[in-house]
Design a protein. Structure first.
Lengths: 114, 112
């Protein structure tokens, strides 16, 4: 079956604009995760969804970042008033839930704020 | 919160040499996972270790989980250029949620 998909694959935006990044998880995966990865760096956890609820938002670095999930499936990460520091690759992953289950990552969205 | 320390950060080897990356935690882990990220790619799950002292092999890759379940290693025998990438370990976060804490990764470069 299809893996995790993300769109767009690349996004260039001007500083101050809002952007929306989309993630389609693997069908049947109840858990969904957003990470941010700056060039040559590790994975920075942003937010975790179990179904439609987000029990762990501890990784969101500012109130300019928010995320939602509908019908336990598609998730959207929104960044308001983008700053240059937001430039990074945003990765989405899904899993069957539980820390004993591996996470499947999407190809990521590369965001560049000019 | 939960931290997993991974060393080295970076290693450059000649093709055919062996490579090892280590992952350490100050707390006992229920399990540990390993992922590989090729340059320009996304992390891909390699394996999960659950039992104390567990050793698993995948062709030239050998994964170990320490007896105390606080450390793990990934060893690659006779590296090939296809092994290039960043290897991450990941362990369940301590917050009680179904999240993983990833190590910072070890970047492996292999020269032909």
């Amino acid at each position: 079956g299809a893996g995790v998909s993300q769109s767009p694959s690349n996004k260039v935006t001007e500083k101050g604009k809002d952007v929306e990044l989309r993630c389609d998880p693997i069908s049947g995966h109840t858990a969904l995760y957003w990470y941010r990865q700056s060039l040559g760096q590790g994975l920075e956890f942003l937010i975790y969804f179990q179904g439609n609820s987000a029990p762990d938002k501890s990784g969101l670095p500012s109130d300019r970042l928010s995320a939602g999930r509908t019908a336990g499936s598609v998730s959207t990460l929104t960044i308001q008033r983008t700053q240059q520091e937001d430039s990074a690759v945003y990765l989405c992953a899904s899993s069957l839930g539980g820390t004993a289950n591996e996470q499947y990552f999407g190809p990521g969205t590369r965001l560049t704020v000019t | 919160g939960q931290q997993v320390m991974q060393i080295p950060q970076y290693q450059h080897v000649q093709e055919g040499e062996d490579f090892t990356t280590y992952c350490n935690s100050s707390t006992t882990l229920s399990n540990i996972q390993w992922y590989k990220q090729r340059p320009g790619g996304h992390p891909v799950f390699l394996i999960q270790l659950v039992k104390s002292g567990e050793v698993k092999k995948q062709k030239r890759l050998t994964f170990q989980f320490g007896e105390a379940k606080k450390n793990s290693s990934l060893h690659i025998t006779a590296t090939q250029t296809t092994d290039v990438g960043t290897y991450f370990c990941a362990a369940p976060s301590s917050g009680g949620y179904s999240t993983l804490t990833f190590g910072k990764g070890t970047m492996l470069l292999v020269s032909p």
